[in-house]
Unconditional design. Sequence first.
Lengths: 303, 1195
Amino acid sequence: HRVFLKMAGGERSGCGKATSSPAENYQLARRRTLQVVVSSLLTECGFESAEKATVESLTEMIQSYISEVGRCAKAYCEHTARITPTLSDAVVTLNEMGFNVDTLPGYAKRSQRMVITAPPVTNAPVIPKALIAGQKRTHPSHIPSHFPEFPDPHTYIKTPTFREPVSDYQVVRERAASQRRDVERALTRFMAKTGETQSLFKDDVTAFPLIAERPSSIPYLSALLPSELELQTLEETDSSEQDDQTDSENTPVNNLNDDPGADKENSVLLAGGVVPLVKVSEESMIDNPYLRPVKKPKVRRKK
Amino acid sequence: MNRKKDKGFESPRPFKLTHQVVCINNINFQRKSVIGFVELTIFPTVVNLNRIKLNSKQCRIYRVRVNDLEAPFIYNDPTLEVCHHESKQRNLNYFSSAYTAAVSAVDPDAGHGELVIKVPSELWKQGDEMNVLKVYIEFSLDQPKGGLHFVVPDVEGSMAERGAHVFSFGYQNSTRFWFPCVDSYSELCTWKLEFTVDASMVAVSCGDLVETVYTHDMRKKTFHYVLPIPTAASNISLSVGPFEILVDPYMHEVTHFCLPQLLPLLKHSMSYLHEIFEFYEEILTCRYPYSCFKTVFVDEAYVQVSSYASMSIFSTNLLHSAMIIDQTPLTRQCLAQALAQQFFGCFISRMSWADEWVLKGISGYIYGLYLKKTFGVNQYRHWIKEELDKMVEYELKMGGLPVGSNGHLTCPTPHLHFSIKHPHTLSWKYYKMFQCKAHLVMRLIENRISMEFMLQVFNKLLSLASTASSQKYQSHMWSQMLVSTHSFLKSISNVSGKDIGPLIKQWVDQSAVVKFFGSFAFNRKRNVLELEIRQDYTSSGTQKYVGPIKVTVQELDGSFNHTLQIEENSLKHDIPCHSKSRRNKKKKIPLMNGEEVDMDLSAMDADSPLLWIRIDPDMSILRKVEFEQADFMWQYQLRYERDVVAQEESILALEKFPTPASRLALTDILEQDQCFYKVRQGACFCLAKIANSMMSTWTGPPAMKSLFTRMFCCKSCPNIVKTNTFISFQSYFLQKTMPVAMAQLRDIQNLCPKDVLNFILDLIKYNDNRKNKFSDNYYRAELIDALTNSLTPAISISNEVRTVDNLNGDVRLILEEITRSLNMEKLLPSYRNTITVSCLRAIRMLQKNGHIPSDPSLFKSYAEYGHFVDVRVAALEAVVDYTRVDRSSVELQWLLNMVQNDPAHYIRHKILSMLGKNPPFTKAAESPLCNEALVDQLWKLMNSGTSHDWRLRCDAVNLYYTLFGLTRPSCLPLPELGLVLNLKEKKAVLNPTIKPEQGPDTTEMTGITMGGLITMETVSSVSMSSGVAPPPQGLKRKLDSVVGPLGSSSPEPGQVLQEEDTSKKFKIRVRISSAEDEIDMESPHDSQAFIHHHLNILERPSTPGKEPPAVDQAVLSLPVTPLPSSFGKESTSSSKHSGDHHHHHHHHEHKKKKKKKHKHKHKHKHESKDKERDSHAFSNSPASGRSVRSPSMSD
């Protein structure tokens, strides 16, 4: 168990760290030990030889397993506000992972087990010193001294390393303007390149190309209706200001429509049929000859 | 004369129309045709009513029945072809008189018409009992060129999906173009209107929609309208289309219609209509007279606003969204005009053309009151000044503009190339100025009798009319709904007790304006202001003013009004000054409005207490004032006078004083946001002019630059304009104007300063509208205009070809902006394509200044049908300009082609008026363009090519006048040749019975060209015309007029009477050649026969004692749908009509010989009646050539 845990803990600590060469050596040594373990287990099971890839896979599996046990055990221990895992943590973990702990003593005492040499002693990797860029803060008086020290100031004080984004009004405007201009120019050039053009110069038709005009069958529509872009702008600018207004305008109308209109609505519907609901209610509200339903011809009429 | 006629209205017709049914069964958008019938209910007012004259143009008439009996008819429209083709006559005097004669010959106000129906003799006998007659006419219209306009967009889908629509239009009384009627504003009747249209369409017409019924196949529906208020046919209209319907949320009896997809715009644009309603109803203390009101917005409208009984048709381009600033006031103004005309113009109609000014005047006046209330007093006074200036300028240019009453009928107008006796012969510009003057005169009347009385008069007219209109079965009462000058003046004198006769005489009957020149000196010893007011009353268009005039003097001690009497010989007026004190006393100076202000008085003359002087500050005379005062006085006036008119006057005056003090005064005004924005806009342009004059001494940055920076640019970065908000409209307008004015600045090399150009380019670059709830399209367009303004002629070494390489650097930048903006418009079009319009103008300017090659092809492509109308007009303007500058006959032909063929009437009109404004050449100068072919083409255009549109024909006449003048164009071969030839022909063709056709024209007032021959032929004409007894009522009117104390030398009734004779003569003359043709015209025909044979009959005398008129062969050979290109007519009519021309040529010859005698005679005759009239003027008048009376009547 000790070994287990130690290994697990070691693996864990080895994991997140940046790979430095002593740390690598340490890990390689552990890994080799694991390989030996796998090999001996295989031998125990009666294998005479194994492919390297298989051994490697099994090693990977066992390493994962041990790492997981270690991680979980650590989690349990931290959950109970301790910093060192105890046996019970490991037991709970193993149970959690579906391993029957009771079988473990029997297994440990099996006869045919092979003794493995201890892993070679390698220096545990040196935890690189944290960068000390300034004076650590001392605890304020209300914090007991046993609590961990403050980390180095640079870890919590903003230390910008990128260039400040431009917020100068002039530059922003300048950029927005040139960006818009570039986009417009590129777009119109593209349109001019891909479509028909008219030219102001006879010698060089490509200079100042004008997108050819195209007569439209209903020219007033595009000239009078606001473009989508404008509508969008309008919505954006209006959404805040005019919401109240439209609300107050709408509600009374709706109320009016709902109450007395209901009866008539039905009757008209029966008569007319096709007209949409809301319209009908308005129609019946407002007695305007243009909203009245069209009459069916009288048979007598023509004769 | 009218006003002395107390008896009220007398119909020129021998019957009274009481009711008319118009039923249009079928409207075919594909073929652009219309089929229907009308039924007129008439009561004869004479014992034997034989003939009924109605108006109808271009309609194909299938059958006419009177009380179920087939009735023969004649259809003759003399306005189709005014003079006949083979004539070599090309002088405008001749044309004008012939045209006036033609129009008068069918003038409904004189009881005439194109369609003459013979009442079947069976009914004729019953006539004694004064039975009601029902005249039923079946007709159709095929591809109408006038009266109805079809808009059928060329896209996929059904007609409704395509947005196809049709609407009626016309200038003045033009209803005869689309159904037979009595097309007079004075013949009122009730109406029943039925229109059967596709089920997906809506038919909007006058009156109340009673019901809508499906046809049996359910594919169409019939709209039934009833108009119970007696209404003139000229006020009936129709529009049919797949309209979207909006019931006005405030007034449910008001309905708005627009074309598909535009409903959101309609909702916004109509959201304030109820305010206009309320306003008018309140000031007139009278309900809106009709039970409903409809507004219809159509594409390709003839005019922006046209009002008909209970409905108005508008141009769809008036619609706008809430984002548009500039269009909003314009649209409101149009709505207000339309509504004012509903009261005065539609509900209240007029007795005769001479009374038109009253209606136009009142509607214009109450519209002005609306302007004042809605847009403020400043806007109102600005508008009045603008209208006055426009009108004065026109009168001085054209030499007089009589608007009404006697003026119309008697004023000789030799200076005009058109007749003003009839609305259909008027130049469009004249008509606009006429409206302008009419409302200005109303304002003068208001000044005289007070607004309260004025409104009481209107109320009285309206309540009389509405009482009359409710008299359903007493049609004789309906004439109360007609206003005349007389009844109007009577109401005024009843209500106010004041006689405004002299005022009317001066401004309505008499044409011309007053031109004052003022100057002053201050007499220190007497402490008196010696004011000198001189008048110019000798140059054309001016008259002498005698009477009171108000002068306002601003002194140190306050503002004082003085009323001076302008008398015959007194030029100088001594005005004692109130201020004895000098300026030592530091105290505030009281202004006219009671405000007291501090002024820096250091600029003024130490000896004089005068700050400024104004002559006629209230514009209570139709005048032009040129006043001389020192520059500092103008500056004080600009800074401290609170009246916008005074401020605008001083801005104009300061242009002549380019001094630092003027500069300061203008700059101060620019900065004052209390000041009216239009004054500030004016100050911008004045400042630019001053800066240019002060070029060498100007210090500091270019004018207005720092001001603009301070007002509209960011505080932190002064070269960048703030993002747009446009919350304050005043600043918005200023922001738009300043760059345009700045671009007019020039440096010593006469170039636009580099600073300014870069500044404008930066404005364009940094323009940012993302956070704005208003559209910036007008602003951006004006920035392009500013670029245009900055252009100066390119320096060219020789006539080198303009290439990209030798493009000037600045111009390159400008051109880049323009191309980019124009291209962006294709992707994101702006409202009304304002930016395209500005870009086109800019490109033309670049071409004109020689920066880029001059080439009209771009403009021609933009001018084609299918672009937005504003774009087309801008492009056409460029082509017109190109035509002038490059003297291109190809482009001129192209333009004239478009005048003949373009589907949009407005464009045709616009081309001609732009050509008139910017003519390719004028009569004064030689030009290769001026050749015989062009003369013939234009002649043809006005002679027969424009018969479907009164306005267009008058435009063509205008252009002809601009290009060739009144006399024979100089480019034609010598007239003598043609003359000799014609004379020969004449001898061969003419016989004594034919001659009299000119007879009625014989008077002492005949125009110069007419004179000679006419005197020679008097004898024969007398014999002929005396055979024709005038109808009794005509006689009565005639006598009235002669008795009239004003002694107008050419009373209308008399003239009209003669015209009738003329038309008869036409028939007489023809009869000889084609007597046989009449025979089978007698019996009734089935409709088939009517289509294929062209029936014209008139056998029996219509009025006892009249010569039996005969059928003109020309008429017979005409298709029933008269088309200008009727060749049959040419061939047959040539021989007879050549007579006409011979006469005229003849006149030419005899002119000199006879003129003296002629003149003498004239004088002799009229001296006693009207001493003031200039006899020469009479004999000169082309119009008076038609104002005739038969010799037997003249004494």
